[in-house]
Every structure is written in C-alpha cells, then in structure tokens.
Design a protein around this ligand. Structure first.
Ligand SMILES: *Cc1c(COP(=O)(O)O)cnc(C)c1O
Length: 356
C-alpha cells in the first residue's frame, strides 16, 4: 500500500536509507550482530562517526575550522547549551516562531537578550529583513526554517565573524545550498530531514569557544565534546549510522544544489495550487514561504470534515496542522517524492471540483 507521508517530524526518510538501517539492526555489515549490540568505542563505530563527520563537512563545504558533533537532548538542549557556551552578557535573537521563542526563553536565563525582530503580532507569517545586528553582542541567533507556520529565511546576515551567527536549522538542514561558512554555529535535531530522533548535529567554529569565564557542566560544554569526538558518553549509535546513510544518499543524488532545485520545484507546485484553488489559502508572506513545511487553511471551516475524509481515505498521512495552529501542513522534506506532492495536488483539485 502506497502511503504519502507528510509528517512534520519524525518524518519520512529515503526508502533505501530505512532499508539499510533496518538491515544493520538485524545484522551489521555481515558481523552476525546487530548495530544495536556493538560498542560505541569499537573500530566499527569509530569508522561510522568519522565517515559521518567527513560527509557533513563535504556536503556543506565546511573547512577544518569547524568541529562536527553528534549530541543528544535534541535541538531543545541546544537552546540552553548555546548561551551556556557563548553568552557573557548579551545576545540578539530573531523571534520568528514557536521554536525561536523557546530558544529565547532559555537564553534569558543566562543574560540579556535583545529581540531584533518579533513576528508574533503577525502570527509569525513574516520575517523581517530590516534588523541591525549590534556589534557589542556575544552572538546572534536565528531559526532558518520555522516548522510550524512554514516560514523560511532566504537570506542571512553577514557579520564577517565580528558577531558569531548561530542558527537552528532543525527543519531545513541539507535542503539547500548556502554559504555555511558565514555561520559560527549550526544545530539541527536529526528527526526532520536526516535520521531518527535522539541525535542532534552541532557544527561549531572552534575559535568561538573558550571565551566564557564560568564553569560549564561537562555534557553542556562543546569543548569537552570536541575533545572526546562526540563519545564523552554513549552516543546514539543508530541515529548517527542512519545519518551517515542519509548523507550518502544526498551525495549520490548530487548534493545540496540538486536537492534545493527539487525542493523548490515541489514547494512551488504546492503553493501554486493553494493560490489557485478557491477553497484554500496560505497566510505566509510570499517571499518568506518555506520550501519544507507548507501550511494552508480551508477558507470555509465548514468543509473541514469533508476534506479530512477525502485525503485520509487516500492514504495521505500527517497533513494535520500543528496543534497550536490548526489547518493543514504538508511537510515536504528532502525524502518526500515529487509524486506525493502531485498526488496531494490532485486531491485538492478534486475537492475543489466537488465543493466550490
Ligand atoms: C523540531 C524542532 C525543534 C525541536 O527539536 P527537538 O529535537 O524535539 O528538541 C527545534 N527547532 C526547530 C526549528 C524544530 O523544527
């Protein structure tokens, strides 16, 4: 049975990645034991973590100024780990959505937080480009893709390293080509576009660390993780292995620029249909629309039952909007086939024919 999986996270992964990682759970590389049964300090696993590190760097075009870490605690732990390691006095944040707001809530426990822009009074449907980053702050924090409302930053400030730029890329990492060297720290939990939940990729420019006077608990200290190559404690072996497979899949496809083209194509088809269709609307400013999470609403709430009935019987799953927002959200991450987007569009067209 063909399922069209629009889940926001954990979400769809490439079929061959799932197949290979499932196989490794049964029998890891012909060793007769499961990936779940190997030591995280074995040569086998050290090779996996080294290769995953290498692939992250190659796919993102990073140089050796950066360390790559695979940590636990989700992006949520990064909300406090970032200020713990980087904030002496003051940091600047963009409040572009629910997750950005959660990051701010943690940061204010560590010092002064300057909000350079908040989209809250416009229900986070817009992201300003007209903010100025003060030069005296410890770092600037932004969220590249706002998973719930479906907005995405298309450009990023350039500070030439005078102010470190920190970015939560949880829901659009590896989805497009950017100059990643303009960021000093990038973090992303794995379960949206990369792997299973329980692992967070942290990419950090080593020279921004060590400037904080206070003591940092070991697990919270990036420098300690760098020194221990992500195995200070037992890491999420399965999720790291699956990330390696996804990165191989990305390279086999041709890398981030190919994925970016595909993602732009998929999202454009869907936004075009929403704009054309009499029964639906999208509330996000056009220039800020996300290529990863496409939110839309019925203009007439009374049709909700009918629409839900229609897509659910066609084996579409995960289309319900976030519990805070309602409506619908199609998460169309890297692994989601164009065919699934086209199928959803057909359903929306059929719905329009029947009910408008
Ligand atoms: C999902 C998500 C998070 C939360 O990730 P956890 O791994 O659950 O902590 C944070 N930021 C963004 C942008 C997300 O999409």
């Amino acid at each position: 049975m063909k399922i069209h999986n629009f889940n926001a996270g954990p979400s769809l992964l490439p079929k061959e990645v799932v197949r290979k990682s499932a196989q490794s759970v049964i029998d890891f590389n012909g060793t007769g034991i499961s990936l779940l049964e190997i030591s995280h300090r074995s040569i086998d696993f050290l090779e996996i973590i080294e290769r995953t590190t290498f692939l992250v760097k190659r796919v993102m075009n990073l140089n050796d100024d950066y360390a790559i870490l695979f940590l636990q605690g989700g992006a949520t732990l990064q909300f406090s780990m970032v200020p713990y390691n980087l904030m002496n006095q003051e940091a600047a944040y963009l409040d572009t959505g629910f997750w950005a707001n959660n990051a701010i809530k943690e940061a204010i426990k560590f010092g002064k937080v300057k909000i350079l822009f908040s989209g809250k009074d416009q229900n986070y449907t817009h992201i300003s480009k007209n903010y100025k980053i003060p030069c005296h702050i410890d770092y600037f924090h932004c969220t590249s893709n706002n998973t719930i409302v479906g907005t995405q930053m298309k450009t990023f400030p350039i500070t030439y390293d005078s102010v470190p730029i920190v970015c939560d890329m949880s829901s659009d990492i590896f989805s497009r080509k950017l100059n990643f060297l303009q960021f000093s720290l990038i973090y992303a939990s794995a379960q949206k576009n990369v792997s299973s939940a329980g692992m967070t990729i942290v990419i950090v420019k080593k020279d921004i660390l060590g400037k904080i006077k206070k003591n940092i608990p070991s697990y919270m200290d990036y420098k300690i993780h760098i020194k221990n190559k992500s195995i200070l404690n037992t890491p999420n072996v399965f999720s790291i292995y699956t990330s390696m497979l996804t990165l191989e899949w990305i390279e086999n496809k041709g890398g981030l620029s190919i994925l970016e083209t595909e993602n732009e194509h998929k999202s454009k088809l869907l936004y075009d249909e929403i704009d054309k269709n009499n029964l639906f609307e999208n509330k996000v400013h056009k220039e800020d629309r996300s290529n990863m999470n496409v939110s839309f609403f019925l203009k007439d709430q009374k049709l909700e039952k009918e629409f839900n009935k229609m897509w659910r019987k066609e084996n579409i799953i995960g289309l319900d909007g976030h519990r805070f927002l309602g409506g619908y959200r199609a998460s169309i991450y890297n692994a989601l086939p164009l065919k699934s987007v086209q199928f959803l569009i057909e359903i929306m067209k059929e719905f329009e024919r029947k009910f408008s």
